[in-house]
Design a protein around this ligand. Structure first.
Ligand code: FEO
Length: 395
């Protein structure tokens, strides 16, 4: 059954409690997610977005319990990615001529996915659609996070349907932010920003200021994943502005992988040195082969500096570190310091390689890094503690 949000708007999405990964395996969703679809019943009937394809039949059948789908006047596709457009083929098989409102890029993307010549109506920022007492206003939001992304604003009810922006992968029976655990919700929202939106931070700031410039009242922000922002709805907008502005906390994250614990001992000694010289700084240590990669990315996002360590194996670094470096490269973090470390037995080129990669990732590399031959003894542990202290002074 759908859930009433206002007199005119009903949530008709799908909560996916079982979802444990998203974008293939690229994003861990330990708290599940939801695909939010919204049905507006004004003088005209409008459906905003659908759900992921595996739930298409369930979605259409539940939609039929809400309304005669032949009465749907307009479908709004804020974004063509399959988690929101996945039920369009099933729905449009039954109501094939219904206009699908989307951006020009959205029409291309939907055609590219489904190879159907639906009744597309392309819209631009500022275009409006009268649906009775309310009006829908479209705002293009290219690269937040796909070229086709857009927001739809509904007057009278003062709702911003923001699609992926302001979303969270967070399954909940409750619809609203005020009814869920606040710290869990914050964790999921910042993880979502760090792992998906970081590269587009400049555009995030610009778009938010553009939307704020319209001076439209906002009572609800209805994203396409997770809960609706109802209590202090613009708090997530404030968070986004902070996160988009080279966000960092007083935190240093140390990431390593290890074969026989030598590089782990190095990581712990460096952490101890950092703590001695700066007890206020939060230090996070992660073994990249054991900690969830998206949690590590979130910690990097929060950090003012990172250290990355790997032993030298076959003239290179361990694959967990390699995979993480590739993710970090794509996210284009700014204004952060980094350095490398690692144990070795003979060739030992990894520290230099890692520093080069960290520079390519956009970090300011603070020093030459540090390598330890075989397993660090007490003297070497002290040296590593000194390396940690020096790193702080170089930040
Ligand atoms: Fe939730 Fe970009 O799809």
């Amino acid at each position: 059954m759908g859930k009433k949000i206002t007199d005119k708007v009903t949530w008709v999405g799908k909560v996916d409690w079982e979802l444990k990964s998203f974008h293939g395996k690229e994003y861990s969703t330990r708290r599940g997610s939801s695909y939010n679809s919204y049905l507006i019943q004004d003088e005209k009937i409008v459906l905003i977005d659908t759900v992921w394809q595996p739930f298409d039949r369930e979605f259409v059948s539940r939609l039929k319990q809400e309304i005669d789908i032949n009465k749907i006047d307009y479908i709004i596709a804020n974004h063509g990615e399959i988690d929101h457009s996945g039920a369009l083929p099933e729905l449009l098989r039954e109501i094939p001529n219904t206009p699908v409102y989307c951006t020009a890029k959205g029409a291309q993307i939907l055609k590219g996915h489904y190879h159907e010549d639906w009744n597309f109506v392309t819209v631009k920022t500022g275009d409006t659609l009268d649906i009775g007492k309310s009006k829908l206003i479209f705002v293009e939001a290219p690269m937040l996070h796909w070229p086709d992304s857009m927001f739809t604003y509904m007057t009278e009810d003062n709702i911003l349907f923001s699609n992926d922006a302001f979303g969270q992968h967070y399954a909940s029976e409750s619809l609203y932010n005020e009814n869920v655990d606040e710290s869990e919700l914050y964790e999921e929202a910042i993880k979502y920003y760090a792992n998906i939106l970081t590269p587009f931070s400049g555009l995030v700031t610009k778009k938010i200021h553009e939307v704020l410039g319209f001076n439209l009242p906002v009572d609800l922000i209805c994203p396409s994943h997770g809960v609706i922002w109802k209590e202090k709805p613009t708090q997530i907008v404030t968070n986004y502005l902070e996160w988009a502005n080279n966000y960092q906390e007083n935190q240093i994250t140390i990431i390593y992988d290890t074969m026989w614990n030598a590089t782990r001992k190095m990581a712990e000694a460096i952490a101890s040195g950092i703590h001695e010289i700066d007890p206020a700084v939060t230090i996070q240590l992660h073994n990249a082969s054991k900690t969830d990669k998206n949690d590590i990315i979130t910690d990097i996002f929060k950090s003012k500096a990172i250290l990355v360590g790997s032993p030298t194996v076959n003239n290179g670094y361990l694959h967990s570190i390699g995979g993480l470096i590739e993710m970090v490269k794509g996210l284009k973090f700014k204004n952060k310091v980094a350095a490398a470390f690692g144990s070795y037995g003979w060739s030992g080129e990894v520290v230099k390689q890692l520093n080069e990669e960290l520079e390519k990732c956009g970090f300011r590399v603070a020093n030459q890094g540090h390598r330890s031959l075989w397993v660090p003894d007490e003297v070497e542990i002290e040296t590593l503690r000194g390396f940690g202290k020096e790193f702080v002074s170089q930040m």
